[in-house]
Write a protein that binds this ligand. Sequence first.
Ligand code: SAH
Ligand code: SF4
Ligand code: F3S
Length: 438
Amino acid sequence: MKEPKTFYIKTYGCQMNELDSSVMAGMLSKRGLTECQVAKEADILLLNTCSIRDLAERKVMGTVGQYGRSKMREKIIGITGCMANAKKGGLFDKLPHVDFVLGTNNIHDLNAVLDEVISGSKSLRTDKLYTQEIDYESAKRINKFKAYVSIIRGCNKHCTYCVVPYTRGPEVSRTPESIVRECQKLVDEGYQEITLLGQNVNSYGKDKPEWSTLFHDLIYQLDKIEGMSRIRFLTSHPVDITRELMEAVRDLPSLCEHVHFPLQAGSDRILRKMHRIYTKAEYMEKVALLKELVPGVALGTDMIVGFPTETDEEFQESYDAMREVEYATAFLYTYSPRKGTPATRWKDDVPEPVKSERHKRVLTLHSEISTKLMREMLGSTVEVLVERRNKDRRYLKGSTRCFRNVIFEGDDSLIGTLQRVKLHSCSHQTFIGTLKTI
Ligand code: SAH
Ligand code: SF4
Ligand code: F3S
């Protein structure tokens, strides 16, 4: 096979995949290949996949299946990401036109795998453990103002419904020196906002006690970088949200006042069955402390409805908890059984119509709460990172520290800067404001 010249990457799933895709784009660009925006035009097709729910996997199987029935099958087709680890060589059986399967812990092997494919063989690499640091600093980022920075890979929590500990392996923290160096470089290049990423970002450092650097220690180091405007983090586990971290949100100028605090369920029996390792009371105590230390903090959650054996009353506890906490952001899911996870021991016994009814109810509740919280902010002046012009070109669009979208009139020269904007109305989860010039 000839050396390919162009590549196309389609990314599914979460922010970790988005970052891994930019790293792979960087590696292929270094090899001299050019990225295409359209699959048809590329010599290599990379599908960076997600396994979190059945629907995510079905989308990929559908797309790659279609490639197999068209001329696209003649291109080099690679499956990377979580499905690579979840399905391994089984992918070749179902999709014989796939050339390589590269797991989440083998990204550094991408070019070697490509060499194997060019020389005529299929390639499969899906290590359980992340052992070799990938080349984050050559990542090819599209956004010029906001960057993801990986600080820890993998997850040790083993929630019973979740496939991530199997697809990403155990936790491995990245050295503070390497993280600080990358963040410094990004700030020097003009990045205004850095989102620290991990499946369990706030258990950072626990796997490396000899470093004596826990998550909040790392953030204190990053806040000191000259010119660092905003730091966020995703995704956190409530058990590892410490008082020290809450104080950092209160005290550090760069750390945004938005904390993802995923509850998942409001009933203690379901939380236990999910292996979330906190009770609702412990969770609520932490939320109360955070709200006390950081008045006005915006909270985010993930919730799963229809977990095996969840009764109407237990669902109601999730609903009531959402009403009590008043989350600004919420990702709400119906339970999807994942092969190989402990929860598949239990029958997926909440009927689909009940699941979808519960889902609709929490979606409606969340939209009411979110609108109420937004109305409470009207009249205030907030910091906005101006990112681009909106679709109809009339307004500039940006985001607040608490993760809300804002549009306002202004000049293109403001793109990429932080501005003060007075919020005067809101519609469809977006604020409309006016630029404050002094
Ligand atoms: N590490 C993050 C979550 C990553 S997965 C955390 O612990 O918060 C993102 C979300 O997908 C989870 O929070 C959970 O709400 C949802 N999820 C995970 N597995 C699921 C499953 N089997 N069915 C439905 N939702 C699931
Ligand atoms: Fe999955 Fe739980 Fe780990 Fe989050 S903490 S990635 S939900 S196992
Ligand atoms: Fe999906 Fe893997 Fe992320 S399962 S949500 S791509 S960690």
